[in-house]
Design a protein around this ligand. Structure first.
Ligand SMILES: Nc1ncnc2c1ncn2[C@@H]1O[C@H](COP(=O)(O)OP(=O)(O)O)[C@@H](O)[C@H]1O
Ligand SMILES: [Mg+2]
Length: 427
């Protein structure tokens, strides 16, 4: 199999997949402890509702920077309920933050083109005797046995994309969801993006807080505001530039149709984004800094900032139907999302020389047969380790031996034989 690059026509060598060979979880939602070994094929997880399939994908999503695919609070993830205090054996480094304290942990062996890497992450337990409020929740990351300074490091090692049922409303709901989706797609090209977004958002919040306080006390702390706006301008334009770069690559990659999936048209909209059409980045930074400084009074009243990359949006169109994604049917919107994620995966494979992990929660069941086959064909052609979930194993039958089947039941994961009538048309 070969992967033909949509952008350049280059051919990426096959077998450059990055995949998880081992995954272990402890105290992670419904799992007291679980361990899976995989062989690099796509993984199909089937089981009834509430079995623990999405939880497993969520655990994997913490091997990327950020808040995971549910955007949950870290302490929400700690396993609750019966048997919580039973002692759990520490296995293979899952106990990176000390077992028995109730804090969750995830560990994995990732196979990368350059060799295996040991990844671990978990909630840092609150220090004994500390006032809980005084402790902000923190997630720690370990790479090859050493604590990493930031989660960003994970993005340098591994790229991953996910689609969940919660994302079905992405095109209809607020722009913040689309920005987050877009920013995650950028991580695969530019691991520093995660850190930039965090720094920008922190300065944005801090500036709003300061402006609000200044309306009460009458005196604005000008030097502090200057510094925050400087940070917002620098990070803000870097964010806009990285998004812009990704959107233009992705828009081109989306032109190559995958199976029966619609061709998505992508445009980044927003004022600072437009500046970059005809202004150098430094000039745009200067403009943003000046506009922020000039808008202090107004922003103090509104409690936000009227300009910046936190106002941008990703506009998506269904090009075949010449229609805004938000106006398309639910099924068409889902197909558009898949089409974008697959185009992104092809780009990442070319750019990084390694495929991203694809976490596709409850995706296959909602596709018709043609699109489902196209999805499976594309995953196999990419050589990506996709993690697919569903209640019904039959839906995945076409994958046959090309995938590894696991059944999940009441937080217990077991090998399952591939569905009985596998036609094997993909092998
Ligand atoms: N912190 C937690 N501790 C224990 N169980 C949890 C926690 N959070 C969620 N659960 C439970 O995990 C179960 C499996 O959820 P999920 O993985 O979403 O199921 P599904 O297989 O349908 O995707 C649910 O019954 C849910 O109540
Ligand atoms: Mg689920």
């Amino acid at each position: 199999m070969q992967v033909v690059g949509p952008e350049t026509g280059l051919v990426a060598a096959p077998g450059h997949s990055a995949w998880l060979a081992r995954l272990s979880l402890s105290q992670f939602r419904c799992y007291a402890h679980a361990q899976i070994e995989t062989d690099g094929r796509p993984v199909v997880l089937t089981g009834p509702n509430g079995a623990g399939k999405t939880n497993l994908l969520e655990a994997i999503s913490f091997l990327a920077p950020g808040r995971g695919l549910r955007r949950a609070r870290l302490s929400e993830i700690d396993r609750r309920g019966a048997g919580l205090n039973e002692s759990v054996p520490a296995v293979n480094g899952a106990a990176m933050n000390g077992m028995g304290n109730g804090a969750w942990a995830v560990a994995a062996t990732m196979m990368a083109p350059e060799g295996p890497r040991e990844l671990g992450t978990g909630r840092e337990p609150v220090a004994e005797g500390a006032v809980p409020e005084a402790n902000r929740e923190r997630r720690v990351v370990k790479i090859d046995g050493t604590f990493a300074r930031s989660q960003q490091k994970l993005g340098e090692i591994l790229s991953m994309t996910w689609l969940t049922p919660q994302m079905d409303g992405l095109f209809r709901e607020s722009a913040s969801g689309r920005r987050r989706f877009l920013d995650r797609l950028v991580y695969g090209f530019d691991a520093a993006h995660a850190g930039r977004v965090a720094a920008y958002e922190q300065s944005l919040r801090e500036r709003a807080r300061l402006l609000k306080a200044a309306t009460r006390t009458g005196g604005a702390e000008a030097a502090w505001l200057d510094a925050l706006e400087e940070s917002m301008a620098g990070h803000g334009i870097a964010i806009a530039a990285a998004r812009r770069d990704l959107v233009s690559r992705l828009a081109r990659a989306c032109e190559a149709r995958v199976g029966g999936f619609p061709v998505a048209g992508l445009v980044l909209t927003g004022e600072v984004d437009r500046w970059l059409d005809d202004r150098a980045a430094l000039h745009a930074e200067e403009s943003l800094r000046e506009m922020l400084a000039g808008a202090r009074r107004r922003d103090a009243e509104t409690g936000g900032s009227a300009i910046g990359p936190h106002r941008s949006d990703l506009a998506v169109r269904h090009l075949d139907r010449d229609m805004a994604a938000a106006d398309c049917s639910t099924g068409e919107q889902k197909a558009l999302l898949i089409s974008i994620v697959l185009a992104h995966a092809r780009l990442i494979a070319l750019h990084r020389g390694a495929t991203p992990l694809l976490l596709l929660d409850e995706v296959a069941a909602h596709l018709d047969q043609t699109r489902r086959d196209a999805l499976y064909d594309e995953i196999l052609a990419l050589g990506a380790q996709a993690w697919l979930t569903g209640t019904d194993a039959e839906v995945f039958a076409a994958l046959g031996d090309a995938a590894q089947f696991l059944s999940v039941r009441e937080a217990t994961i077991a090998a399952a034989p591939p569905s009985r009538n596998a036609p094997g048309h993909l092998s």
